[in-house]
Ligand binder design. Structure first.
Ligand code: NI
Length: 229
């Protein structure tokens, strides 16, 4: 499932991100790529330890915390700290599948594995600022080409083959990160998301309907059955 989540950041926040990122210490994106993806990857990336990456990554996590849609669709257990990349001058990232496990630094310098069930791209450049730079994803329903307004996020399966096409004009700046879900199976996660959307819609249309208690109970009992917390 591909899910477009609009307005994760508002225009003022996007402007702040762009201003902070313009003067940041960008490095070659190959430094963090796996062996196969290093062959395909040509972009600039902000090292995770960079203070700007840490500050803005924290703001992304705050924004996600305010998004019921992200929570409902991803059911996050762990989120790998958001990173930032930039493409310009013909740069691209050819077809690849992201590494299955990322290691985040936990308490006392321990390495905490994060299984990359879901990938996210938070667009920070508007579609009119650059040519090319489409996120192309081979989904079960065919190939999807995605280019969203600045501040909008695309959530897509970590299992999918994807690429970023060459940026032939301007620059494309984005944040990206991975989420380990409480519900590992994408099909079960999808059913829970659909059920949650239906309950919300019914709550708005028929507040206080007796069946809502039952449906909400079913949602939580399925989540209890399918999650590993
Ligand atoms: Ni990728």
């Amino acid at each position: 499932m591909l899910l477009h989540i609009p307005n994760v950041l508002d225009a003022e926040q996007v402007a702040h991100f762009r201003q902070r990122l313009a003067g940041a210490g960008w490095a070659d994106g190959k430094l963090t790529a796996g062996y196969q993806s290093a062959q395909a990857k040509d972009n600039a990336q902000l090292p995770g330890a960079d203070p700007v990456a840490k500050e803005l990554g924290g703001r992304v996590l705050d924004a996600l915390g305010r998004s019921p849609l992200f929570f409902s669709a991803a059911l996050p257990r762990r989120i790998y700290p958001p990173l930032f990349n930039r493409y310009a001058g013909g740069q691209s990232f050819g077809f690849h599948i992201d590494n299955a496990i990322r290691y985040d630094t936990g308490p006392g310098g321990s390495q905490v594995p994060v299984r990359t069930d879901l990938s996210s791209t938070l667009f920070l450049s508007g579609p009119d600022e650059y040519d090319g730079g489409e996120l192309v994803i081979q989904d079960t329903y065919g190939t999807q080409r995605v280019k969203l307004p600045a501040g909008d996020l695309l959530l897509y399966p970590g299992t999918s083959l994807h690429q970023v096409t060459p940026v032939t004009r301007g620059e494309r700046v984005a944040s990206f990160f991975w989420t380990q879900s409480l519900v590992r199976d994408a099909g079960q996660r999808r059913e829970l998301f659909e059920l949650d959307l239906a309950i919300r819609s019914l709550t708005a249309a028929q507040p206080g309907h007796a069946a809502l208690v039952q449906l909400t109970g079913v949602y939580h009992n399925l989540l209890r059955r399918w999650s590993d917390a």
